[in-house]
Structure formats: structure tokens, C-alpha cells
Design a protein around this ligand. Structure first.
Ligand code: RUQ
Ligand code: CUA
Length: 659
């Protein structure tokens, strides 16, 4: 009977070319009377929570208010953003450097906030790059990406950037196992089983947030999908879901769906730390970029590092254990007490809930059913707390409300299901529109959830909004979960494809000492111009440095002559304003570049290669005052070899040049 059910789900999943879902009935009247009031935040009033939502294939992170769903900001992280000059200005280009050179795009799936004692603390939010494996740290004082570290030996950094309860580590597991960077990767693909390896990375986070790749653990070649840290009693452990334990290298939709159970890999990272201290890590030579933003110079630097310490999970028998988990698990979530570990098997007809205490007992008493490439496999029943029966189809992710309830999303049956963690009884279910992936409860993966709202992030919206051509929006839906029954109160479209999200009480972020402007006195940018009198233009061969200032409502200088075709011109624009929210922009005609958006007190550089002689207007792009439209100037470009002298001015006319 059970087997039939599994087969039926399997058929549904495989039968559709994509995971597509059926449309729930009555989608139109799903919102009841008082919903509007619950989501309404009056104009001028603040939201209760900040919501940090992954932008998926947009590579960015967006910031919304809850419960209003108002979009406050899109923070550029892994993708260039010409609107903010991210990846276009000379200062930000190093942030997108990797061992493959400059990479202008990535795929950000998960956001995770820093924690202290297992509670969100409002300092940083981390994001993962799924394509060219990296982790980014966004500083919530500036809402700016402050650091990006690349992960060697990885392909598809998906089970990341999950965090330990005091932000000791941000962790990453490779989605694609690949031959290690320190081995020969030029091997036949069908030697997967011998040559492909998994690596999970432990990135240490310092007091100021600075990241450092502390060590990696090499594992058999499987796909690591998601992970979460233990907390409370299970602090010191990390749990990773793995699929493709079949180790297939082609047509994974069939070939990686063979086994009834894959694994959740439990990692004793405190033990791994001991082994590192005891010198058991092997130094391997690799190449990865570590990029840091400097708040004093307003400039990023990129350093290529060449070494990593690797522990071998097959050699050191007591750091990794496999827990069988039905079937192709995706989400791997740990409840607020740290006792229960929920594995969401995409192709499973039930949800297994594992007990940390039982797992520890099983390991102690060696209740193993064998090993998987040298890693002990714990007996399923020995680690199992119990199973949620017939919860829905295609479980993906689970969050918690801190009141003993778990909420799991179901992609195929397109619903959120609430269940009791201890009794495993299903308590409530609501449809989502449609095909929900991740979900978020503020603090919902920490020790202290704020169980008032639940946001479902939907992959498909079909008929929910006005149509927009071949591509339709993804969306978020907010449910009030303060009562026994979940109540839909709002839905709104999102930027990119939302995957995971985090949310925190607004005051925690608002009162974290947010920066309002950069002090001009502290500006240590090598090309800063601290006052209009210092504005100048300096030629060094064919390089021309323009030391420019901006203040309401003019640039200095705003007339420049003597630039020649073949020059490399650098506009180093310092915004002299010392007030909150007075950025100036800078753009020049024909620049194959983005704009600059310069915060008060900041210096930012646009590189410009003029290609034709002529007159080039430049102007401020951000409406900064009543005379913003007057904030403009001209650059005269002469042919290569011209003898027009280099001159600049503001407020006076330049002496007439002879030619
Ligand atoms: S994923 S929809 Cu990339 Cu986190 Cu589950
Ligand atoms: Cu400065 Cu508009």
C-alpha cells in the first residue's frame, strides 16, 4: 500500500516534464474578511519585521517589510547592478572576482542571519552563490555586501550558508560532487564513482564578521542539498541532506531516484575542530578568491588564496554519520530545541523526524547497518523519532513557530501543512498559489522563532496576477499563524525567484547602529577630493584622473577639455554631502559602464574610454535638489594626438584653446 503510494507520487513527479502542480480549487476566495487589516501598514507607519529574501537567479537579495510586503531595497550581491554601479565602479569590481576571473552573475538561493545564542542578532545576513561557489556577508549597518569568499573543491554551493548558533561557522556543502581541485579533473565522466568527491566547507566567522575558510571535509561523491546546524543540545553538530547516493552521472531524474532512502549526513564539527587542532588536516593546494570591502577606503580588494586543510571522512571514522532518509531529501531542518531533525524527501510519502538523543544513543551503541564508502550508516529506526503520515506530496522545507509546531511546504500538492513535532499529527493545511518552495517564519530556524507570520515563497503564479508575456512573476504569500488555523492575508510578487528568506524584528535592525553617511574626514580613498578647491585633473601618460566633487547642485570641475581618444579616464567622484540620504549620481554619454551612485562622504570611480572626438555631457542621475537638473557638465574629447591642453574649471570659462 505504502509502496503504491510512493510509486504514484513518483509517477506524478516524473510524468510532468517539470515539477508542475495542480491548481487548487477556489483560489479566488481564499482570503477572508479581516485579512486586509492584518496586512495593512498605514502610510508612514513601520512594518514589524524586516524580511531578507533571496533573489534566486537574479543573484541579489531583496528587503521587504512584513506584514505589508513593501519592497525597501534590492541589495546587489553576486550580480552586477548598473543602477548602483555594483560591479561597474572600479571600487566594487574586485568583489566579483573569483579564481575564474570576474564573474558578473550568480544564483543566490539562501539567506541566513547571524545568530548569538541561537537567536537572530541583526548584525549580518549571509547569502550563497550556487553557480560559482561562494558565500557573501552583507552588513546590516550599511545594507551592503561586505565580503565574499569562494569555496574550492565545490560545484554548486547549494547547502549553504547555514550557520552555527553563535555564528562560529557558516557552512557550505557542494551540490555537485566533482573531482577535487587538488586532483586531476580531466577524467572520463563515467568514472564518477572513483573520481568524484564531495566537500563540505566550514568558514569561520570572526568578531567583525570577517570570514576564513577554516577546513573542509572530503566525503563520498553525492549531492548535498541543504543543511542546518544543531542547536542547544545538538550544538556542535551539523546536518546535511544528500541525494544521488546512487552516484549517477547522467539523467539524474531517473538514475538518482532509485534508492528508497538516501541520507542525512550528521557531522560532528566540534570533533572535526579537534582533528584540525591535532594536525589531522591535509594541506591541499587550491585557488580561491577572498574579497573584502573596506569602509575606510570605500574600495574592495580581492586576494587569491592557495591552500585549504582537508579532513577525510572515511579515515576519521567519528566525524560523519549517515542517517537513512526517504527519498531524495531536500530540506533538512532542526527544531528550536535542537532535538528534532526533519528530512523532507521530495519523493517520499511521509516526513521522517529524527531524534538527536536517539542518534547519539545509536552512535554510542554502534547501531549501524553498515557503511557508505567508509562512513557508518546508522540504523533508520534507531535514530527515528517518528514519521508524519500522509502529510502531502513533494515535501521541501520546514520551519518552526516555537510553540511545538512545524510547518512544511509541499511543492507538488501546493500547500503548507502544520503539524505537531512531538505527536506528528497533522493539524492544519492551506493551499498556496502555487507550488511553494521555501517558507520563512521570522526566526523560524533559530532557537527563538517569532511565530506570528509565515511567508510561503511560490515558484509559479500562473493566473494570480496580470499576465506579463511568457514569463510570469514568482510570489510570496503571507499567512497569519498566530491562531490554530493558518490564514492567508496577503500575496505579492517578488524579485527573481525567491528561495529561502530570513526575517527579524524591525527594531533589531533599525537600532543596530545603522550608518547614515560616511564621514568625509575618515575617507581614506586614495583618490578622495576633500573639498572643491582640491578638485583637479591629472594626466599620467594616457591615463587621466579626474578628482571630482559633487554637492547640491554641481560637480567640480564641470568643464573639462584636453581629453583625447585613446585616453583612459577615471572619474573619482567624492560626494561632499554630510547628511542622511543625499546620494549623487554620475553618468556620462556613451560610457560602456553603469552609473555611479555615490553615498554622502563616499568616493567612487567610473572608468571611461572615449572612442570618438566630440562633446560629452555628464550629469547627476539621482534627483538631489530642486536644481538637480542643473547638476551637469561637459567633457570635450579631441582626436588622438591633438594638442588641446588639459584644462578644467567650475564657475569660470576656460581660456580659449587655439585648436
Ligand atoms: S532550494 S525550493 Cu535552492 Cu533552497 Cu528548496
Ligand atoms: Cu546631484 Cu542630482
Amino acid at each position: 500500500m505504502k509502496n503504491k503510494f510512493v510509486k504514484a507520487i513518483f509517477a506524478i513527479v516524473l510524468g510532468s516534464a517539470l515539477f508542475t502542480s495542480c491548481k487548487p480549487k477556489n483560489s479566488g476566495d481564499a482570503v477572508s474578511g479581516d485579512a486586509a487589516q492584518k496586512a495593512y501598514v498605514a502610510p508612514g507607519k513601520y512594518d514589524e519585521f524586516y524580511n531578507f529574501v533571496s533573489g534566486g537567479f537574479s543573484g541579489q537579495l531583496s528587503v521587504y517589510g512584513l506584514p505589508s510586503g513593501r519592497l525597501f531595497r534590492v541589495i546587489p550581491v553576486f550580480s552586477v547592478d548598473p543602477e548602483k554601479g555594483w560591479g561597474y565602479s572600479e571600487e566594487t569590481k574586485p568583489m566579483l572576482n573569483t579564481s575564474n576571473g570576474f564573474v558578473p552573475w550568480d544564483d543566490l538561493h539562501h539567506t541566513e542571519m547571524s545568530q548569538t545564542n541561537g537567536e537572530v542578532d541583526g548584525r549580518w545576513v549571509f547569502g550563497n552563490a550556487n553557480n560559482t561557489p561562494r558565500i557573501a556577508r552583507i552588513d546590516l549597518k550599511t545594507f551592503k555586501t561586505a565580503e565574499i569568499i569562494e569555496l574550492p573543491n565545490s560545484g554548486g554551493n547549494h547547502s549553504s550558508p547555514f550557520i552555527t548558533e553563535n555564528t562560529e561557522y557558516v557552512v557550505a556543502g557542494t551540490r555537485f560532487s566533482v573531482p577535487a581541485d587538488y586532483s586531476n579533473g580531466d577524467v572520463p565522466i563515467n568514472t564518477y564513482k572513483e573520481n568524484f568527491k564531495g566537500h563540505i566547507s566550514f568558514v569561520k566567522v570572526g568578531k567583525e564578521g570577517e570570514m576564513d575558510l577554516a577546513f573542509q571535509i572530503v566525503t563520498p561523491g553525492v549531492n548535498f542539498d541543504l543543511s542546518h546546524a544543531g542547536k542547544g543540545k545538538s550544538h556542535g553538530w551539523f546536518f546535511f541532506s544528500c541525494y544521488n547516493t546512487e552516484q549517477a552521472n547522467t539523467l539524474l531524474e531517473v538514475n538518482a531516484s532509485q534508492r528508497d532512502k538516501d541520507f542525512i549526513m550528521a557531522v560532528n564539527w566540534k570533533k572535526a575542530e579537534e582533528y584540525i587542532k591535532a594536525g589531522k588536516g591535509k594541506k591541499q593546494s587550491v585557488k580561491y578568491a577572498h574579497n573584502k570591502w573596506n569602509e575606510k577606503t570605500h574600495t574592495a580588494t580581492s586576494e587569491i588564496k592557495t591552500e585549504v586543510l582537508v579532513l577525510d571522512s572515511a579515515e576519521l571514522k567519528d566525524i560523519c554519520y549517515m542517517i537513512p532518509c526517504p527519498k531524495s531529501p531536500h530540506g533538512c531542518d532542526v527544531d528550536p530545541t535542537g532535538e528534532y531533525i526533519v528530512g523532507s524527501g521530495k519523493l517520499a510519502a511521509l516526513i521522517p523526524v529524527f531524534s538527536f538523543d536517539k542518534l547519539m544513543g545509536a552512535i554510542k551503541n554502534k547501531q549501524f547497518e553498515g557503511d557508505y564508502s567508509g562512513i557508518p550508516v546508522v540504523k533508520y529506526e534507531a535514530a527515528l523519532h517518528g514519521e508524519v503520515q500522509k502529510p502531502g506530496l513533494g515535501p521541501l522545507h520546514t520551519e518552526f513557530d516555537g510553540k511545538g509546531n512545524a510547518y512544511t511546504t509541499f511543492f507538488v500538492s501546493s500547500e503548507v501543512v502544520k503539524w505537531d513535532i512531538k505527536t506528528l499529527k497533522v493539524l492544519d493545511r492551506v493551499p498556496t498559489y502555487y507550488s511553494v518552495g521555501h517558507l520563512c517564519i521570522p526566526g523560524g530556524d533559530s532557537k527563538k522563532p517569532f511565530g506570528k507570520y509565515l511567508i510561503a515563497y511560490n515558484k509559479i503564479t500562473k493566473d494570480r496576477y496580470l499576465p506579463t508575456g511568457p514569463e510570469l512573476a514568482q510570489s510570496a504569500q503571507i499567512f497569519d499563524i498566530s491562531g490554530d488555523k493558518m490564514q492567508l492575508i496577503l500575496d505579492f510578487p517578488t524579485i527573481g525567484e525567491p528561495h529561502y528568506a530570513q526575517a527579524a524584528p524591525a527594531d533589531l535592525i533599525r537600532n543596530n547602529g545603522q550608518l547614515k553617511f560616511y564621514k568625509i574626514a575618515d575617507n581614506n580613498h586614495p583618490f578622495v577630493t576633500k573639498g572643491e578647491k582640491e578638485a583637479k585633473v591629472v594626466r599620467e601618460g594616457n591615463k587621466v584622473h579626474v578628482y571630482m566633487t559633487s554637492i547640491r547642485s554641481h560637480f567640480a570641475p564641470d568643464n573639462i577639455e584636453g581629453i583625447k581618444v585613446g585616453d583612459e579616464v577615471y572619474f573619482h567622484v567624492t560626494n561632499l554631502e554630510q547628511d542622511w540620504d543625499v546620494p549623487h549620481g554620475f553618468a556620462i554619454k556613451g560610457a560602456d559602464n553603469g552609473e555611479l551612485l555615490i553615498m554622502p562622504g563616499e568616493t567612487t570611480t567610473l572608468k571611461w574610454l572615449p572612442k570618438k572626438a566630440g562633446m560629452y555631457p555628464m550629469y547627476c542621475t539621482d534627483f538631489c535638489s530642486a536644481l538637480h537638473q542643473e547638476m551637469q557638465g561637459y567633457v570635450r574629447v579631441s582626436p588622438a594626438g591633438s594638442s588641446v591642453p588639459l584644462t578644467w574649471s567650475v564657475g569660470t570659462n576656460l581660456p580659449k584653446a587655439t585648436k
